[in-house]
Design a protein around this ligand. Structure first.
Ligand code: CA
Length: 438
């Protein structure tokens, strides 16, 4: 099944939550992304919530006051949990049924709104938490522009390796160090060796970078030995978020051969708190990236006419930087890049299908990330490594400060949003993190 556009996407829908109707909000009633939160300043159990304007709809509270009593029992039970894993595990029917009910509950239709004080929490007075227990995390490399840009820096005459157009390349990341937006990033220490040095030294990374990525959570998983076919892949994807794959380029460059990324990446990965469901994204689906003439067709297990027609997502992602000095002078963060997720060489369905193609089992709550989202144009590159050409072309901040890589006190902010004529814009919220000293 792929999600069709239905009444929950109706651009004329308004909510009785006023802030959800404001132009430019990330969380209008057409979005309804899921997350986990608890009230600030107390030790109350985490609840599942849905972002609506500047509020959170508390699903535990909705259940308590009887607003979900028409829903199947398994779905009601999932709404009372402290993370989204149970809801994810139920599969695509569950999040779709719940979305339908939430849209009905939150819409302004003349009838009396439910007792909002019990079920609504101001987002500003909530502590957002990791939305799921993430058992495994896999990071792909799905932008051919990123792969080529990075390849050029390391292998000028042979930037793209011969497997790239056949294999959605990825590596197994570290789930234990996935943290939520807003958490500080301590500069990692590790082995670094400059080309001028004959032996490495151990110390704080000098080349700390971000990678702007899009993540997607596994909904219902698969049994070991039972691959998911390309046409079923999206049924197993719960929704998307923004991901910062923080990268220590000096540690990475010294350690990565022959087995790939390790401590240069595993110290921290930041995700945005709200998971935008695939159903919410239905109006923004588009053709997948059009492979240039002469590129090989995907092998049959990764080929689907439907995925070619509708496997893309018209999602715009942006990276902003604010230095400590900019922050102190109350300057607006500087936008470093803007890119379209539609331009990825591999679709989310292809990445998920490839992951299971050897029989590997994915579990509910597993996180898969796209790899750095870069497009062909200048100003669309999703890492400092690319923007500064490995530090050789510094960028100037509005304060006159220069950057080749991140400095302590720098805050990196990602945003993502979808726009389409005839539909209401939806956003992903923010994924931010500030670098602190080692
Ligand atoms: Ca990455």
């Amino acid at each position: 099944m792929s999600y069709s556009i239905n009444h929950t996407h109706d651009p004329n829908l308004r909510s009785w939550v006023e802030s959800a109707n404001q132009q430019g909000t990330d969380f209008p009633i057409q979005n309804l992304p899921f997350g986990v939160f608890r009230h600030r300043d107390n030790t109350e159990t985490p609840h599942i919530g849905v972002a609506i304007g500047d509020r959170i709809l508390d699903l535990f509270a909705c259940h308590q006051v009887g607003l979900f009593k028409e829903l199947p029992e398994s779905l009601q039970a999932a709404c009372t949990k402290t993370n989204l894993n149970s809801l994810m595990a139920l599969g695509s029917w569950a999040s779709s049924t719940l979305r339908d009910r939430l849209s009905e509950l939150l819409r302004l239709d003349g009838s009396q709104p439910p007792q909002e004080t019990k079920i609504l929490v101001p987002m500003a007075s909530a502590e957002l938490l990791l939305p799921a227990q993430i058992g495994d995390y896999t990071d792909f490399y799905a932008s051919i522009f990123h792969a080529t840009n990075v390849g050029k820096l390391f292998r000028p005459d042979n930037p793209l390796l011969p497997n790239y157009k056949y294999v959605p390349v990825g590596y197994h990341g570290r789930a234990s160090s996935i943290i939520l937006s807003g958490t500080d990033i301590q500069r990692p220490q590790g082995q670094r060796k400059t080309p001028q040095e004959s032996v490495p030294t151990f110390g704080p990374s000098r080349l700390l970078d971000y990678e702007m990525e899009v993540g997607f959570f596994v909904g219902s998983g698969n049994e070991r030995g039972r691959p998911i076919t390309i046409d079923k892949a999206e049924e197993h994807i719960f929704g998307l978020c923004l991901v910062n794959d923080w990268s220590a380029r000096d540690i990475q460059a010294w350690e990565y051969q022959p087995l790939g990324p390790f401590l240069g990446k595993s110290f921290a990965t930041t995700i945005s708190p709200w998971i935008v469901t695939l159903e919410a994204l239905a109006p923004f689906r588009c053709a997948s990236y059009s492979r240039p003439e002469g590129d090989p067709s995907p092998l049959p297990y990764l080929y689907s006419a439907k995925d070619i027609q509708r496997g893309g997502i018209n999602l715009t992602v942006e990276v902003m930087l604010s230095s400590a000095q900019m922050h102190a002078q109350k300057m607006k963060p500087l936008r470093l890049s803007r890119a379209s997720f539609q331009q990825m060489y591999w679709t989310i369905a292809q990445m998920l299908t490839h992951h299971t193609s050897n029989g590997c089992n994915l579990r509910s709550g597993d996180l898969l990330a796209s790899g750095t989202v870069s497009n062909a144009e200048e100003g669309s590159q999703g890492s400092l490594l690319e923007i500064t050409r490995r530090g050789s072309q510094q960028i100037e901040l509005p304060t006159g400060e220069m950057r080749s890589f991140l400095v302590d006190g720098d805050e990196v902010i990602f945003r993502g949003y979808c726009e389409q004529q005839g539909y209401v814009r939806i956003g992903f919220g923010e994924c931010r993190g500030k670098v602190t000293s080692s």
